[in-house]
Design a protein around this ligand. Sequence first.
Ligand code: SF4
Length: 317
Amino acid sequence: MLELRDLRVHFDISKRGKGKTVVMAVNGVSLKIDKGDALGLVGESGSGKTTIGKAALHLVPITGGRFLIDGEDMTRLDRATERKLRRKAQIVFQDPHSSLNPRMTIYRSVAEPLILHTKERGSVLRKRVSELLEVVGLPGQFLYRYPHELSGGQKQRVCIARALALNPELLILDEPTSALDVSVQSQILEFLKDLQKDLGLTYLFISHNLAVVRYICNRVAVMYLGGIVEEGHTEAVFGEARHPYTQALLRAVPYPQAVQPDRGEPLTGDIPSPINLPKGCSFHSRCPVRIAGTCDTVVPPDVRLGDDHRACCHLLP
Ligand code: SF4
């Protein structure tokens, strides 16, 4: 469904007369998401997760590499490709409050992509918008309300209805529940899970919350400083994490006090700046088991660990 091949996204933030400064947000990411799969993209803030989601919709310029949807190259963006891309893939952002125009009724917000990309108008358009609201569990009386009259969970359902308007096959969900109250989060997660099954959707689910990813996704990719360090079937990666960074992320997942296991040292320090990428393994400055003289100079190999499990580390056989 979605394939990234050596994707790179760099931002030139140079100031006049001060030399070249480039933020290397994504550096040679290759990933495949099969139709009907839900791939969770996890990692700390600044790892490049959101940039990948945006690049796959051309919301940020791509520096190098390619991305394909259903085998079709979508890297170069001309008008025809953009139309195809908008129909195949849509994004739902983290904050539903700022994703909706406060001056537009819910009807107008959901109808907008249909007005831009289809010829549906009048009663046909109204019927389609009502159907979309029904899909996301909002009754017809919401049609002519404004965003401020809705709760956070209801607003996120409206954003999902709008994303579904053009019948996309791929939904990019960028932290879709992190701006919501905890009680609403579980409703939306349950809803997203059912929606994927009912409509046969493919998800790229971006989150820093490993528990949420484990619940929603059948595959997971762990990102650190613009690259994928471990990838595979969710149970393989969570059950038998092999990369020291994935292991550190799993150690940081909170447990109820009563069952707090001995989890070893927590991860210390901050993710390095994407302006000055470290040599060798990108994780070496924080890795508790780094090999001096190797990890800080040589890029680790991408090691296949099973049918659907791989990781990049010098310690792997
Ligand atoms: Fe740690 Fe070295 Fe493996 Fe990187 S390659 S994760 S620094 S042991």
